[in-house]
Design a protein around this ligand. Structure first.
Ligand code: AMP
Length: 215
């Protein structure tokens, strides 16, 4: 199964991708995670990407496409993958289609997780992630039992540097202008599916599975 997850920042793409990974046994590929790892490791690529990320702007297509090309060549993508946070604009989507056409493995589904703007804001300002296992919590909706400690593995929780109000506003604007047009892009290819992204996490996963069963 080759899936692109679509949805605004805070729509739950990362959370759902993690769950789908274990259900379908295919990897989650998040360009945001790959970029944050490069920034933490202080690589040349990370240094180039950091300013754009801190401002909530998009990192250049060349950097992101290079990362995706490398990642899709790894063995664990043979049975498919879940793309989370990529593509982010039409140029990236077209490059992805061209790349996958070379190996005759086209995207099968663009799956939109639909969430209202007000909910997105609260989710992003309250978001906490585990440094160790990547589990995601929220100060307002799903707080950890102990402050700043992961319920799953006991790791330390952190608030993402780009989850502050100013950067969030910019990220949502960038989404509307650059990424939302991809909904139409996949609809035109007859690949668009949509689920309501507000509600219990398990129920959303179930709705996604129902959609994917007919892809
Ligand atoms: P995310 O974790 O998907 O919210 O991504 C965090 C930040 O990484 C974004 O605000 C962008 O600065 C950058 N980023 C992630 N994916 C992409 C992409 N496909 N194209 C350009 N920039 C990206």
């Amino acid at each position: 199964m080759r899936i692109v997850l679509l949805g605004a920042p805070g729509s739950g793409k990362g959370t759902q991708a993690q769950r789908l990974t274990s259900i379908y046994n295919i990897p989650q590929i998040s360009t945001g995670d790959l970029l944050r790892a490069a920034v933490s490791a202080g690589t040349e690529l990370g240094l180039k990407a950091k300013a754009a990320m801190d401002a909530g702007a998009l990192v250049s297509d060349a950097i992101v496409l290079g990362m995706i090309r490398d990642r899709l060549q790894q063995d664990d993508t043979k049975n498919g993958f879940i793309l989370d946070g990529f593509p982010r604009n039409t140029a990236q989507a077209e490059s992805l289609d061209a790349l996958l056409a070379e190996v005759n493995q086209p995207i099968q589904c663009g799956l939109l997780i639909d969430v209202d703007f007000e909910v997105l804001l609260k989710r992003l300002t309250g978001r906490l992630s585990c440094k160790q296992c990547g589990a995601v919590f929220n100060r307002y909706f799903s707080p950890p039992q102990l402050e700043d400690v992961c319920d799953v593995c006991g790791g330390e929780l952190y608030h993402r540097a780009d989850d502050n109000e100013e950067t969030i506003g910019n990220r949502l604007k960038v989404y509307e202008q650059n990424t939302a047009p991809l909904i139409q892009y996949y609809a035109a290819q007859n690949k668009l599916r949509k689920v309501n992204g507000v509600g219990a996490m398990e129920a959303i996963t179930q709705a996604i599975q129902t959609e994917l069963a007919t892809v």
